[in-house]
Design a protein around this ligand. Structure first.
Ligand SMILES: [Mg+2]
Length: 266
């Protein structure tokens, strides 16, 4: 069978696509020209699409607004963010406990809106987010609580976040600083954690085999589907180079140039 036929077969049972954002549907503030036709193709073929971002420096509303400004209107249910994954888990497993959050105002507000109490003096646990408002005081306090025995949870494992002209340190790097100081490695919740896979299947109400996850980063977007029946699709329009792919132990089910090519197989 040729590549086209093979990929068509693999995608036949896919009822919903979960799309990464940066490097997958846009780069920074530039929407890829393939994005809107691809989303239309998904709809035309009777499928659904959702977005999932690991970026815990923002919130769901900020992403819905960003998409709106790019001409893409979605319902709140179509936008998923790592913040929701950790908050859902905390509500189920740490209900009534108080958090110290190393995070932006967006992340802190998501916690408050979910009814989780913030405690700056005597918290039950510490949460590390992609805190672009990080201060030495905040990180020192967090390390102190952890040294005193508070468990620590990380929202997303990314080392860096792509920005125009390069990268800035993300939550994984902040967690590495905390580990260097305290010796404690946090547990992460966004992609590629099992928490996220469970969150996505629950949110979509579909079987794993009916879901395809599309993204440009091997260790998050593709790794989240590893060991599951979820189909992983790597797009080469973001950070992964052909050399990185060749050397990677994480192997995507499908590799395409960009979502435009993926649309040809639907
Ligand atoms: Mg990406």
């Amino acid at each position: 069978m040729d590549k086209r036929g093979e990929l068509r077969n693999k995608l036949e049972g896919t009822k919903a696509f979960v799309l990464d954002m940066d490097g997958t549907i846009y780069l920074g503030d530039r929407l890829f020209e393939e994005t809107v036709p691809f989303l239309e193709k998904i709809r035309e073929t009777g499928r659904d699409f959702y977005f999932f971002t690991n970026n815990s420096s923002r919130n769901k509303e900020a992403y819905i607004a960003k998409l709106h400004n790019m001409g893409i209107d979605i319902s709140p249910a179509q936008m998923m963010i790592s913040n929701e994954v950790i908050i859902k888990w905390l509500l189920e497993n740490r209900r009534g406990e108080r958090a110290f959050v190393v995070g932006t105002e967006y992340l802190v507000n998501d916690f408050l809106q979910a009814g989780i109490e913030i405690d700056e003096e005597n918290p039950d646990y510490v949460v590390l987010g992609f805190d672009t408002s990080l201060t030495y005081e905040k990180i020192s306090k967090a390390c102190g609580f952890i040294r005193d025995g508070a468990p620590v949870f990380g929202v997303n494992a990314d080392w860096n976040c792509p920005v125009e002209g390069g990268f800035i340190p993300d939550c994984g790097s902040i967690a590495a600083l905390v580990k260097a100081s305290t010796g404690v490695q946090c547990e992460f919740f966004g992609k590629p954690s099992r928490h996220t896979l469970d969150y996505i299947t629950g949110h979509l109400g579909l079987k794993q085999s009916e879901i395809a996850i599309v993204g440009d980063r091997l260790y998050t977007d593709i790794a989240v589907a590893a060991g599951s029946e979820v189909l992983s699709v790597l797009v080469m329009s973001g950070e992964t180079t052909h050399d990185m792919l060749r050397e990677s132990e994480i192997v995507p089910d499908i590799v395409v140039r960009d979502i435009g090519e993926l649309g040809e197989y639907l």
